[in-house]
Design a protein around this ligand. Structure first.
Ligand SMILES: NC(=O)C1=CN([C@@H]2O[C@H](COP(=O)(O)OP(=O)(O)OC[C@H]3O[C@@H](n4cnc5c(N)ncnc54)[C@H](OP(=O)(O)O)[C@@H]3O)[C@@H](O)[C@H]2O)C=CC1
Ligand SMILES: CC(=O)N[C@@H](CCC(=O)OP(=O)(O)O)C(=O)O
Length: 344
């Protein structure tokens, strides 16, 4: 497998390189950066010494990049994938976009929330939450890799919504993310002095992952799902913890909730069910492609509370992207993704 990465100097690009270094079928042929074109990746990320010796090229070389590759990962800010994807697919090559440009079936939703015109409306991209859309992923030419908060939230809520166990107008997702979720670029909010010893909510009622979660849940519900989603920035590097609340429909038992999770995910390697009463923790997933899920039935309030934890850069981005690549190319889905979580 000849693989290229557009945006290899960013955090998700770095994670793609880290994961692909131990993928037995992967050969990284081109990596791009606009600010550090011509530099060796070792000078940007010295931890790749003795592992990668590769010079960063520019997106201006995209025709060559595409010709030389079987698949191109795009790890660029949203809005930058569309022109690139047209060029890459024009060469008959597959693309996996880690950004948001292809995540919405209705491109007007993308335009409304991201404030960017969509210039590739007939792309027929597949939304790659692997465990839920695997059959479509197998045939994808343009793969839209989900967002990090969205992966945690959708995996936590789908069994309940799909089995009709909860009132879909009662869903609340309260989620916390580590700072790497904001990428490597500099911004005052993410300075050490601003972010450490601090916990704050942001974008209440307006975060762009809201319509993405609603789109996926609506596919599994009998109606349009509308949710409240509140993200928080928490002073750690990696990890997302999503705490999801919903009202149980009258008469739904705790055992029905258990059955819904087990029947959906029991055979999924990357989803670890901690069961009813389980407490997922970001530390247990750090550096790995696992998503841990636990749930609680509160008889007093009639609510179910689902907690999910994952690494935003792995199952929330680069790991899931490699998982999707494995499925798209008929490889064992676990290939290159069996990293043990880095507990300490
Ligand atoms: N961080 C996360 O946890 C997650 C991120 N994502 C998504 O993945 C994508 C990448 O995110 P992340 O790696 O965090 O971002 P970073 O900000 O860390 O990296 C961005 C990359 O894009 C390149 N880049 C920036 N602007 C341009 C431009 N105008 N033209 C070409 N290249 C450009 C940068 O290269 P250089 O500056 O060297 O030129 C860099 O390699 C985003 O769409 C993000 O939303 C998805 C899930 C999780
Ligand atoms: C902590 C932090 O800032 N996180 C980012 C989520 C990153 C992400 O997944 O964004 P995309 O949907 O564009 O891929 C945010 O809240 O915007």
């Amino acid at each position: 497998m000849k693989i290229s990465i557009c945006g290899a100097t960013g955090y998700t690009g770095e994670e793609l390189l880290r994961i692909l270094a131990s993928h037995p079928q992967a050969e990284v042929v081109h990596i791009t950066s606009e600010n550090q074109t011509g530099a060796d990746i070792n000078s940007v990320y010295p931890h790749f010494g003795h592992i990668y010796h590769q010079t960063l090229t520019s997106m201006e070389q995209l025709d060559v990049v595409a010709k030389d590759s079987d698949v191109v990962f795009i790890a660029l800010p949203h809005g930058h994938a569309m022109d690139a994807v047209k060029t890459i697919t024009g060469h008959g090559k597959k693309v996996i976009d880690l950004g948001a440009d292809y995540r919405f079936a209705d491109t007007s939703v993308y335009e409304k929330w991201y404030k960017v015109p969509h210039t590739h409306k007939d792309a027929n991209a597949v939304y790659g939450l692997t465990e839920l859309f695997r059959e479509k992923v197998k045939h994808a030419k343009i793969l839209a890799n989900p967002g990090c908060y969205t992966t945690a939230s959708i995996l936590a809520l789908t069994p309940l919504v799909k089995n009709g166990l909860v009132a879909t107008d009662s869903i609340i997702v309260d989620a916390k993310s580590g700072i790497s979720g904001a990428g490597r670029g500099l911004n005052q909010t993410y300075h050490y002095a601003e972010a450490t010893e601090n916990l704050k909510a942001y974008n209440i009622g307006g975060h762009r992952h809201t319509p993405e979660i609603e789109q996926a849940l609506s596919e599994f519900a009998s109606n349009e799902v509308v949710i409240n989603f509140t993200p928080h920035l928490i002073p750690m590097v990696r990890g997302i913890l999503a705490t999801c609340y919903a009202n149980l429909k009258p008469g739904v038992s705790a055992e029905q909730v258990d059955d819904a999770f087990v029947s959906h995910y029991d055979s999924e390697y990357f989803i670890r069910l901690l069961g009813r009463g389980g407490y997922p923790a970001t530390k247990n997933t750090r550096g790995s492609n696992f998503c841990d899920i636990g749930w609680h039935v509160d008889k007093r309030t009639g609510r179910v509370i689902v907690v999910s934890a994952l690494d935003n850069l792995v199952k929330g981005a680069a790991g899931q992207a490699v998982q999707n690549m494995n499925v798209m190319f008929g490889m064992d889905e676990l290939t290159g993704l069996t990293q043990v979580p880095l507990y300490l």
